[in-house]
Ligand binder design. Structure first.
Ligand code: BG6
Length: 505
């Protein structure tokens, strides 16, 4: 039996959860903490202080317990464990805008005299509260001791470059960069981390991972979900800011980065930053050739007629917010010169599927007769991010018998089949790393800034030129025609996402 690498015991931790009664704490943060608890991976001494405006311990435990039952995979069956977990909870009512109120937080935290205690301030709050909380903490000295103090912020980190810099400046005014953990939950997904394992733990891919063998890369993050109950946020964001600026660019960086010297936070993040820096700037006049946007009309999805975006609750009837974005990026370096990276994401699309498709070049000379169909499907490597998790190599094989016929086949690796245990949720992975002080899977300030810089010409051009044709794709389709054109202009087409057969039970 192979032994699991042992995890080092985590130091005692005070976890201050701002916005403890909010959606994020309820749906994602606490269910993941509870999963870590069930797996025996929380620090032995762990104290969660829930902070919110009108909060009592009873209300906190009830709200978080509800979230755990709904969203933690084992939560519904773990009532006794949840009761034990609630012993580490306490509640602190606070108005986060009131600087004087932070003294009560400092007093609540000072009970622990142990100077090895790690303090984590988790801001599960709207972005407008990031600056007041950071300043409030600093006002009572709670930001001190960088080795033992961490602050966590979630997206959206601004709505453009300028607003990001404003948030970041406030954070940096009080906290050192190594104390700041910026979440991008995509980076916690097992399959996303596997991109690095696939590329750099196997010698067979690196020699062909370049312009000589790769024709283009397509990254798709498609969702069947509509805007749901998030109208207020989404109307100020749209698909480009909500998904491309963070998740899709992060995926692209993992595909395009150079091999790290060592698997550590700085080296990996430096290499990713190099990719963003190497991306060719898009001039405003070139935006139509490099980006496409869309908004869903009503349409049929899984047998149901779903409303248009403009008819969703809370959405302006003339909204020009994009629910679909596609971008073409070129990376100006030796490895990737002239290899386009096509990124697309949208809501209310035909399938919920995220995958990275590496399309290899056609054979330089086709020795087979035309009717054998050798290029009926290109050779590609597909990294399936979700819902199916795996890697597929699509290649050409000879059909049995004669006459000679060639046909595309799949060779696949599936997580579910290869490993007996289920993958941890992205939040579980990231929260563990946060507790352990490993920032590798968190975004560094310069990366976020570079991502905003790259997309600003598109954001500004779209803002200045309202879309004349919205809504321009039907719910249940693969998006607007403009996105097809984006790749068709280069003589290419989006590759249909791939599905693995479901593992047999
Ligand atoms: C979030 C976006 O960051 O990611 C949502 O704000 C999106 O709009 C979600 O639905 C997708 O994440 P996942 O993990 O459900 O694929």
């Amino acid at each position: 039996m192979s032994a699991e690498p042992a995890e080092t015991a985590l130091p005692p931790t005070q976890f201050v959860l701002f916005g403890a009664l909010g959606d994020l704490a309820w749906r994602l943060v606490v269910p993941a903490l509870f999963d870590l608890y069930l797996a025996g991976r929380l620090p032995k001494q762990f104290h969660l202080i829930g902070v919110d405006r009108e909060i009592t311990l009873e209300r906190l435990a009830e709200r978080l317990g509800d979230g755990v039952r709904r969203f933690s995979p084992r939560g519904a069956q773990a009532a006794a464990e949840w009761t034990q977990f609630t012993r580490c909870l306490s509640a602190l009512p606070m108005d986060l805008m009131d600087a004087a109120a932070y003294a009560s937080l400092r007093d609540a935290l000072q009970g622990a005299q142990d100077d090895t205690v790690i303090r984590i301030y988790y801001l599960a709050v709207p972005p407008r509260l990031i600056a007041p909380v950071a300043s409030g903490l600093a006002g009572v000295g709670l930001q001190q001791d960088p080795a033992h103090t961490r602050i966590v912020v979630e997206k959206p980190l601004g709505c453009d470059l300028q607003s990001f810099l404003a948030i970041d400046d406030t954070l940096h005014e009080h906290f050192a960069e190594r104390q700041i953990y910026r979440m991008d939950h995509f980076l916690g997904k097992e399959t996303v981390q596997n991109v690095l394992a696939l590329r750099f733990a196997n010698p067979i891919f690196e020699p062909i991972w370049n312009r000589r063998y790769i024709d283009h890369v397509a990254i798709t993050v498609a969702e069947q979900l509509g805007v749901g109950h998030r109208a207020g946020y989404y109307e100020t964001a749209g698909a480009l800011r909500d998904m491309v600026q963070n998740h899709l660019l992060q995926l692209m960086c993992l595909v395009a980065m150079e091999p790290p010297v060592i698997y550590d936070a700085d080296d990996i993040r430096n290499k990713k930053l190099d990719v963003l820096r190497a991306c060719r700037r898009i001039r405003p006049e070139d935006v139509p050739a490099f980006a496409a946007r869309g908004q869903y009309a009503s349409g049929w999805l899984q047998g149901e007629l779903v409303p248009a975006y403009r008819n969703e609750p809370g959405i302006a009837p003339d909204s020009t917010v994009e629910t679909y974005a596609a971008v073409k990026l070129l990376v100006d370096n030796w490895r990737w010169q002239d290899v386009p990276f096509y990124l697309r994401t949208g809501k209310r699309l035909a399938q919920t599927v995220s995958e990275i498709s590496i399309r290899f070049r056609d054979v330089p000379h086709n020795a087979f007769p035309a009717m054998t169909g050798v290029n009926s499907q290109p050779v590609r490597l597909v990294m399936q991010i979700q819902p199916q998790e795996g890697v597929i190599i699509k290649f050409i094989a000879k059909e049995p018998g004669s006459p000679l016929r060639l046909r595309p086949v799949d060779m696949h690796f599936s997580y579910a089949e290869a490993f007996e245990r289920p993958s941890p949720s992205a939040y579980e992975t990231l929260l563990y790393d946060l507790l352990a002080g490993d920032a590798t899977l968190f975004m560094r300030s310069d990366q976020v800034q570079a991502a905003w810089e790259l997309l600003m010409p598109i954001i500004e051009t779209w803002l200045a030129n309202p879309p004349p044709d919205f809504p321009n794709y039907a719910a249940g389709s693969w998006g607007p025609e403009a996105a097809e054109l984006l790749v068709a202009r280069d003589g290419r087409a989006w590759l249909t996402p791939t599905y693995l057969p479901q593992p047999r039970c």
